[in-house]
Design a protein. Structure first.
Length: 316
């Protein structure tokens, strides 16, 4: 796997995409000198320390070997050694050193059966980090992205899912949880009962959620409403369901579903806040875009894996 200096610099500055972030973490975990296994309670602190160490290593390498190039063995050794020598630094690993990480790429989903019998379906571009003592002392995990949970009942060990803004605690139930970066965190309950609470100082609210209820939190602001819960896990069946969603969020769902990039031209920026409702059963991308374009009044041009959206009568 080739990782460029430019990508690492974007990772260090926090400017890379979620997909690029996971690519860097996966690359780091593959180095023999480095084992990545973020402590679940200090994952952000640990990742920030990784960024600082990478910055120092890149700075030293750049001073001795200027110029842009792919990271070769000396780069790998320098960065890995810098990380490995820091006392107390905890990382993310794919072995038995604390956590197991499950992840998906764009356009894919993954079904997981946990040791307690609970079932998890991961949506595209999602990561689930599960503690290795899961089911023995605790049933704790961390989610980035979206997943549908079918939780096995265990009154002695609450099932806890943490995201950047929320903590979901249950004993046994079915629910969908979406927590993509820079998007609202949304919990939708199918059956059972869930305690859904904040994870930071701006999100100290706690909701007890009942079946067919949905709670959403974004930047510390909470909303709760009644929904048809089954509509919010249709992605498991390769269906797209939009329920009065802003086009800006619909674009992100389409990008993950089809593994593409969508660019909205300046003349079509007004579409981003337009809301839309509709359901599609695994349609070809072109048919989906044609239908959306007809309703929302836009045209598009597809070039490879990039789609450019513009208003009729303009040239992108």
């Amino acid at each position: 796997m080739n990782i460029s200096k430019e990508l690492l610099e974007r990772f260090i500055s926090g400017e890379c995409t979620e997909q690029e972030r996971r690519l860097v973490l996966d690359w780091l975990s593959s180095q023999e000198s480095v084992k990545i296994d973020f402590n679940e309670e200090r994952i952000q602190e640990s990742e920030n320390r990784v960024r600082r160490l990478l910055a120092k290593s890149i700075s030293k390498q750049s001073a001795s070997k200027p110029g842009k190039r792919k990271l070769s063995s000396p780069w790998v050794f320098g960065i890995a050694a810098s990380l490995a020598l820091v006392a107390g630094l905890t990382f993310i690993t794919f072995s038995n050193t604390g956590h197991t990480v499950y992840s998906t790429e764009a356009g894919t989903t993954k079904k997981i059966v946990l040791s307690d019998g609970s079932k998890v379906t991961l949506n595209a571009l999602s990561t689930l980090t599960v503690t290795d003592n899961f089911g023995k002392e605790t049933r704790n995990m961390r989610l980035t992205g979206e997943a549908f949970f079918e939780v096995a009942k265990d009154s002695l060990h609450p099932f806890v899912v943490k995201t950047g803004e929320s903590k979901t605690q249950v004993l046994g139930t079915q629910f969908n949880l979406s927590a993509y970066e820079d998007e609202p965190t949304v919990l939708t309950l199918n059956e059972g009962k869930v305690s859904f609470s904040g994870q930071n100082n701006r999100s100290d609210t706690t909701f007890i959620v009942q079946p067919n209820e949905q709670v959403q939190v974004f930047d510390g602001l909470w909303t709760k409403r009644e929904v048809m819960a089954q509509d919010y896990n249709l992605w498991i069946q390769k269906k797209l369901n939009f329920n009065q969603e802003a086009f800006s969020l619909i674009i992100k769902e389409i990008e993950r579903f089809y593994d593409i990039n969508i660019l909205v031209e300046a003349d079509a920026q007004g579409l981003l806040e337009t809301t839309y409702s509709g359901q599609f059963d695994n349609p070809p991308l072109e048919i989906l875009l044609e239908d959306l374009g007809f309703v929302l009044n836009f045209n598009y041009i597809k070039e490879g894996k990039t789609v450019k959206i513009h208003t009729p009568g303009t040239n992108p």
